[in-house]
Design a protein around this ligand. Structure first.
Ligand SMILES: Cc1cc2nc3c(=O)[nH]c(=O)nc-3n(C[C@H](O)[C@H](O)[C@H](O)COP(=O)(O)OP(=O)(O)OC[C@H]3O[C@@H](n4cnc5c(N)ncnc54)[C@H](O)[C@@H]3O)c2cc1C
Length: 373
């Protein structure tokens, strides 16, 4: 039996989603406990992500998912500030802006459609001439793009720093974090969970929330027959050591991107691979990412790739996260399936889940995110 006393709320999984919910609940005065099976928190998808926060506007959002994105987007600046004040860690949150590029006519047409949508949502998107483009990003391959747009409200943060800041702020607010603690099953008394069966014994609590990323449905199978369509989708990244300011905006082309860091590092990502729970990089994909990077910024050919990694994104069948109560169980909730946007959506998810756990009205209709949808 674990030594710590029964917490108000026990969260299973210390990724960005679990830690963000824990921090929000702790700020609201709850006694929170996070159980993470890894040696450290946040070392799965949340560590691997690129930290791109694309623009979104809650006031003009057309559906609940966009509303979640818009509210999340707005919250990031305040979160970065508060995390810095509490933990002393600069999360690398920056309004660097994004540039969207297209080469072929089909790509240019779909980009024009996306930019039209952004403008409809009152999000700034400026079309760039070839000269504008080279002035903003002189290292871009000249005469390679048929269309280019600047989206100033694209933001970025550095995932590892954001996670460290969240973990430290959680601790300062009294969140009890157990690492090396894997949850295997639930102790269920007539539809009420009284505890979790873990590698460190039985852990009691009043309410429970599963935030195990791509692994959530494996655990929830122990308690519900309702299929939860979560699939691990692997993404790979290559990190270049480049001169400072070689590029200064996030450069997007299709589903691939280059992300600049203040210290000159440039991330090249990514891909979507269905390979089960197998992490790891492959020479073929890293070659594709390097070729993509060179085709955008030829000077990267002179820069060393110093690190490569992969992560398993929690993909839901429709791209919408599962957030809500588990049917037929009184006090069990989940929040997983944020796919390519978990860092971005983590702030709004924390608010939404904290409201739900407190039985308050949520800012979007919870049915949209229900596991029964
Ligand atoms: C290459 C790549 C690039 C990405 N780029 C971006 C981006 O630019 N912007 C963006 O917003 N998102 C991005 N993402 C997506 C984002 O990283 C994820 O959506 C997000 O990290 C999911 O967070 P999570 O907390 O749900 O899952 P995870 O980070 O996977 O955390 C789940 C945690 O639960 C723990 N756990 C699981 N089961 C158990 C158990 N039974 N007991 C105890 N602990 C358990 C795991 O060990 C893990 O630490 C990217 C992802 C990848 C892989």
């Amino acid at each position: 039996m674990s030594q710590a006393s029964s917490s108000d709320i026990v969260i299973v999984g210390g990724g960005v989603i679990g830690l963000s919910i824990a921090w929000e609940l702790a700020k609201r005065g709850h006694q929170v406990r996070v159980l993470e099976r890894g040696e450290h928190v946040g070392r799965e998808a949340s560590w691997a992500g690129a930290g791109i926060l694309p623009p979104a506007n809650p006031d003009t959002a057309l559906d609940p998912c966009e509303k979640l994105r818009g509210i999340s987007h707005q919250l990031h600046a305040a979160w970065a500030e508060q995390l810095k004040q509490e933990s002393g860690i600069d999360t690398g949150f920056r309004r660097c802006g994004g540039i969207y590029l297209a080469r072929k006519p089909g790509e240019a047409a779909s980009l024009a459609g996306y930019m039209h949508l952004l403008r409809q949502e009152e999000i700034e998107a400026q079309e760039l001439s070839g000269n504008d483009l080279l002035q903003l990003e002189p290292a871009l391959a000249p005469d390679s793009f048929s269309a280019a747009y600047l989206v100033p409200d694209e933001l970025t943060l550095r995932n590892p720093r954001h996670i460290k800041a969240l973990a430290s702020s959680c601790e300062l607010r009294g969140v009890h974090v157990d690492t090396n603690c894997e949850v295997f099953d639930f102790e269920n008394h007539n539809g009420i969970i009284t505890g979790l069966k873990t590698s460190r014994g039985l852990i009691a609590g009043k309410q429970f929330c599963v935030t195990g990323g791509a692994w959530s449905s494996r655990l929830l199978k122990q308690i519900t027959d309702i299929p939860i369509g979560l699939v691990p989708i692997r993404g790979q990244i290559a990190l270049f050591e480049a001169p400072v300011n070689l590029i200064s905006h996030i450069l997007n082309e299709g589903s691939r991107y280059l992300v600049p860091r203040d210290d000159g590092k440039v991330l090249a990502g990514s891909c979507e691979e269905e390979v089960g729970f197998e992490k790891g990089t492959t020479p073929e994909m890293l070659e594709q990412l390097a070729d993509f990077a060179y085709s955008l910024v030829p000077a990267l050919k002179e820069c060393e790739i110093t690190l490569t990694w992969s992560g398993l994104r929690p993909g839901s069948f429709d791209g919408v996260p599962y957030m809500g109560k588990i049917p037929h169980v009184e006090n069990l909730f989940m929040a997983s399936g944020h796919f390519r946007s978990g860092i971005h959506l983590s702030t709004g998810t924390a608010l939404f889940m904290a409201d739900l756990l407190e039985s308050k009205k949520t800012f979007v209709d919870p049915d949209h995110f229900s596991i029964l949808r």
